[in-house]
Design a protein around this ligand. Sequence first.
Ligand SMILES: [Fe+2]
Ligand SMILES: [Fe+2]
Length: 343
Amino acid sequence: MNSKLATSVVRHLGPRLYSTTAIRTVANQPPHGLLIGTAGIFQPSGSPVPANAVAAWIRYPVRSGSTLAAGDAREDDKTVTGTADALTAEKAIVSYWGVPPAKVAKEDGTEWKWKSFRPWEAYAPDLSIDLKKHHVPITFMDKIAYWTVKLLRFPTDVFFQRRYGCRAMMLETVAAVPGMVGGLLLHCKSLRRFEHSGGWIKALLEEAENERMHLMTFMEVAKPRWYERALVFTVQGVFFNAYFLGYLVSPKLAHRVVGYLEEEAIHSYTEFLKELDKGNIENVPAPAIAIDYWRMPPNSTLRDVVMVVRADEAHHRDVNHYASDIHVQGHELKESPAPLGYH
Ligand SMILES: [Fe+2]
Ligand SMILES: [Fe+2]
C-alpha cells in the first residue's frame, strides 16, 4: 500500500481511531504481510496469507465478533460507524511495540469480524459423510466404552427432554474437552520423549476448537440459565479430570469413548432436525458466526447449521475410532499420520 492510499484510508476512517504512530506505521509498511485485502484471502488450512493481499497496519479498536444473526446490525459496527461518543468510549489497546492487530477482509471485500478464527480456517464440511457408520463393540474395552456412553445418555435425556437447542449447547461444553486433553497429553509426551506426534497433537486440538465453535454457534440461539451454567461448571470439573486420568491410563479406551459419544451426538442432531422439520423448534436464521465459519450462504437457517454440525460430529467419530484402533493394534498414534484437516 503506498503512503497516499494509506493516509486516505486513515482519513476516511477518522483520526479518533488512530494514534499518529499508527498513521506513520501505515504509510511506511510494505504491502507484503498485510492482511486487509480484496481478493484471494480464503486459503486452505495452514497456507500463508497471500502476498498480494492489500492491508493496513493500523491501530484499530477491534471488538469481538457479533452475537447477532446475519443481516442484523453488528455489535462491532459501533467501532466503525458509531457516534463520536461511542468511539471515545471504546478504548484502543496500545501495544508497546507498536504493532496493532492486522485487519482482514472477506472475499467480497467486507471486513472480517471474527478474531478467534480467520477466513482461511473456515471450511465447508463434507455433508455426504456416512452418518450411520457404527463401530460394533467387540472387545471388552469396546463394550465398557459403549455402555459408559449409553449410561451417560440416560440422565441427559431426562434432563433435556426435547429441548435440543439447549441440549446441543450444553453438550458442546463437554465435547470440546477430550480433544484439548488428548492434545495436551500428547504435547507433553512429545516434549518428554523428544519425538514427533505424527500430527495428532494438532488433529486433536483442531477437534477441540471445532467443538468450541459449535458452542459459540449454539449459544447464539439458546441462552443458558443460571442453573445450567452451574451444571456446566460442575460437569467440566468432573469430566476434565476423569478424561485426563482415563487418557493417561488407557488412550484406546478414551478415544473409543469419544467415538461413541460422537455417535450419540449424531443421533441427537438428527432428532434436532426432526423437531425443526415438525415446526416444534423455530427455524431461525443462521447465526452470523456460523455463516462465516462453515462458508454457508447468507440466507442459511438453523437447520443448515445443524446439518453441518452433525457432519462435523461424524468426522470426529471417525477420527476417534481410528485413534482407538491404532492403539488396539499395538501401535502408537505417531506411527500413523493424523487426519489433519479432515472435515
Ligand atoms: Fe460438537
Ligand atoms: Fe464432536
